[in-house]
Ligand binder design. Structure first.
Ligand code: GTP
Ligand code: MG
Length: 310
């Protein structure tokens, strides 16, 4: 006799799956991931092309585990860094169960939308359309948009949300969980992201540079953590990190007059790191020029920007 059988039929099934979050740059994909998890695992900034690699965020409940994959914004790519970024976004669609296509309702870009529809048609996965930033438009404008998009593509559902103000997230989660297949728990229930600690740290530093720097500087910048030393006697947790730029003129800007810029970015990053890590932090930032790193495949790999981590 099968002693594991469940004659009453009330045994709870466990559901799990992988959900890719895709869309144009700046649509609010990373903000949505953070809002779903209730924790900041992905950096977000007002500048497009903030996210450069896939980031997993894991939501575990009593009967389910939803593994979200935040991706870089999909756009027409120029240059090696952009090609690597878009490849990371499209590769995220392999082996996933559901796609959330995030559209910024305030900045519809029809040619970008059609590029995504093309991609969605190729991968043949169920898609939920997420209309984001509804806090910025009126309801009268939202309804015709929903009707228009429903005509263009056979979405499983259309869910209007505000990722920034966590509005509509519960309804979106219901739609997602209803579509997850029966499956195993892939990750430990306490795990909320797959990013190693040094990557979380370098991303937080990069976020501050994206927030503070102008023009091409953010896109010419990458950050690598060189070492993390545990607290020792009177020394707190000590993090050494290097900010790489492409040209000496950019280094001068990132350092700033009397080191003002880098100090400001450093203080902002340290404060957030102390909250994230729950302890006092000493953050030591250096700026180095690595000529044209964004156009050099080897440099991208050495600096940890490979985009191929699935
Ligand atoms: N008003 C409003 N702003 C939002 C909302 N969601 C995101 N934003 C803002 O939109 C900007 C971009 O958000 P991100 O989450 O970084 O966008 P993303 O799609 O991850 O962008 P990339 O990584 O560059 O592709 C940030 O300034 C967010 O604060 C929203 O619901 N309402
Ligand atoms: Mg992002």
């Amino acid at each position: 006799m099968d002693i594991d059988s469940d004659p009453g039929g009330d045994k709870k099934i466990f559901k799990s799956g992988f959900i890719a979050i895709v869309g144009a740059p700046n649509a609010g994909k990373s903000t949505l991931l953070n809002s779903i998890l209730g924790e900041k695992v992905a950096i977000t900034t007002p500048k497009p092309q903030t996210t450069r690699h896939q980031i997993k965020g894991i939501l575990t409940g009593e009967n389910f585990q939803a593994v979200f994959i935040d991706t870089p914004g999909i756009h027409s790519s120029k240059g090696l860094l952009n090609r690597v970024i878009v490849k990371a976004a499209t590769q995220a669609l392999d082996g996933i169960d559901l796609i959330l296509f995030v559209v910024d309702v305030t900045r519809r870009n029809k040619s970008a939308e059609f590029r995504v529809f093309d991609l969605l048609e190729k991968v043949k996965k169920p898609v939920i359309l997420v209309l984001n930033k509804i806090d910025l438009i009126s309801r009268e404008n939202l309804l015709p948009m929903m009707a228009e998009l429903q005509e263009i593509y056979p979405f499983e559902a259309i869910v209007p949300i505000s990722a920034k103000y966590s509005d509509g997230i519960d309804m979106l989660l219901d739609e997602i969980l209803a579509r997850l297949p029966e499956g195993p728990q892939y990750y430990d229930a306490t795990m909320i992201t797959d990013q190693p600690e040094d990557m979380m740290i370098s991303e937080l530093i990069r976020e501050k540079i994206f927030l503070l720097a102008e023009k091409e500087i953010p896109y010419s910048t990458t950050v690598k953590v060189d070492s993390i030393k545990e607290p020792d006697g009177r020394f707190p947790l000590t993090i050494h990190a290097t900010i790489y730029v492409e040209r000496p003129s950019q280094k001068r800007i990132i350092v700033g007059k009397n080191g003002k810029f880098i100090k400001k970015a450093g203080v902002m990053a340290r404060r957030e790191l102390e909250t994230l890590l729950g302890q006092k932090v000493y953050l030591d930032l250096w700026v180095k020029v690595r000529k044209n790193w964004s156009r050099d495949e080897r440099a991208l790999q050495e600096l940890g920007i490979t985009g191929f981590d699935t």
